[in-house]
Design a protein around this ligand. Structure first.
Ligand SMILES: *Cc1c(COP(=O)(O)O)cnc(C)c1O
Length: 373
């Protein structure tokens, strides 16, 4: 006998090759980990998985920071968590804006009640230590300086090695957006003296979107302890989240259990490959892609390019949106569009995590060659 219940065919999304600004292609091992049985969020087995995930996060952030965990939500939730925990209404902050994500950080800071001094440079450029030192000199009461390490909207890389010293000399804290660098480029929280940093799972960690790794230095903890007001966001309040991720394991909100499985697996893959080897792989594939794109006559937008994201000007006379559509339909290949001043004028080709392979580089070059011919 036939059932009269409506039938819903099983989902069958295409297996795309994700070479845009994120998400990146997810390895099967991570998807399989997500399909493991769901545990309770206070089950001792799950608590042990959380502990292991924190240890792996410390390894990947290259830090010994106690307060290192994964915020529920995507990279923007991590951004907001860092901001609302460090900033109180009326605090002065400096935000470095050279693209979409610097501008987003400025907006989040303003919403948190900070008095924001934005230093803006043209999109595509990277900040210099002179510009940062100058801003700190002009605003001596700065509590936090926020900067994007890897500006995904333009592909620009701002090196951070010397920035913390400038920031700490004035008594301020350094907040870093490492969403598109963690797991793909060198990120050294302790060596560089970063006080707070957030990332995302779906970029160079090649995990589905849904969690945001964050880490806070002892100096950042002191600033949190010295707060006079409650953190504006109940959901992202680290004083409570700390008690669930460590301490006495007090329920705060139900953890995204299966996403934690995925993140743990993704971090295992990073550690198994080795951070240095992984950074080198991203660099080699970027160099191969760069040589090929330039041979096709495509020009890079940023002077200092990321190795994880390649932003190039779309060629004259080519409809960039049509080009992307053609790649998706003919090669199951996703690349990204330009944003802001580059909308309609650029392509952004990601080489993130599992998607940063020589095979993918050669595929996108061959496909673009065919498209342009
Ligand atoms: C993607 C990205 C974000 C935001 O992350 P979501 O996961 O989209 O919320 C923030 N900063 C940078 C540099 C990014 O690339």
């Amino acid at each position: 006998m036939q059932s009269s219940a409506p039938r819903h065919p099983q989902l069958a999304p295409s297996e795309r090759i994700l070479m845009g600004p994120g998400p990146s292609t997810v390895p099967a091992r991570i998807l399989q980990a997500m399909a493991s049985p769901t545990l309770g969020h206070l089950d001792p087995e799950y608590l042990a998985i959380m502990d292991e995930t924190r240890e792996l996060l410390r390894a990947v952030f290259r830090t010994r920071n106690e307060l290192t965990l994964a915020v529920s939500g995507t990279g923007s939730a991590g951004m907001e968590a860092c901001v609302v925990n460090l900033v109180e209404p009326g605090d002065e902050v400096v935000v470095c804006v050279n693209g979409v994500f610097g501008a987003r950080m400025k907006d989040v800071m303003e919403r948190a009640g900070a008095t924001v001094h934005a230093i803006e440079i043209p999109w595509g450029e990277s900040f210099t230590e002179i510009q940062i030192a100058d801003a700190l000199e002009r605003h001596p009461k700065t509590k936090v300086l926020g900067i994007v390490h890897a500006e995904t909207s333009t592909g620009a890389h701002t090196p951070l090695e010397g920035v913390a010293k400038l920031v700490h000399d004035t008594g301020a804290l350094l907040l870093v957006d490492a969403v598109t660098s963690l797991g793909g480029m060198d990120v050294r929280i302790d060596d560089w003296g970063v006080d707070a940093c957030y990332s995302g799972t779906q970029k160079c960690l090649s995990c589905p979107p849904g969690l945001s790794p964050v880490t806070f230095s002892p100096r950042a903890l002191e600033a949190m302890d010295a707060r006079k007001t409650k953190v504006q966001s109940w959901y992202l309040d680290m004083t409570m989240l700390r008690n669930y991720w460590g301490g006495n394991r007090v329920y705060h909100h139900t953890a995204p259990i299966n996403m934690t499985y995925a993140l743990r697996e993704a971090l295992c893959l990073v550690v198994e490959e080795g951070l240095d080897a992984r950074v080198a792989r991203h660099r080699e594939n970027h160099e191969r892609l760069r040589a090929g794109l330039e041979k096709l006559g495509l020009r890079y937008i940023p002077e200092k390019s990321l190795t994880t994201l390649n932003a190039v000007q779309a060629p004259e006379g080519v409809n960039e949106a049509e080009g992307r559509k053609w790649l998706l339909e003919n090669y199951d290949l996703e690349i990204g569009a330009g944003l802001g001043p580059f909308a309609g004028k650029a392509w952004r080709i990601g080489l993130m995590g599992h998607a940063s392979t020589r095979r993918n580089v050669d595929l996108v070059l061959a496909a673009l060659g065919e498209l342009l011919a």
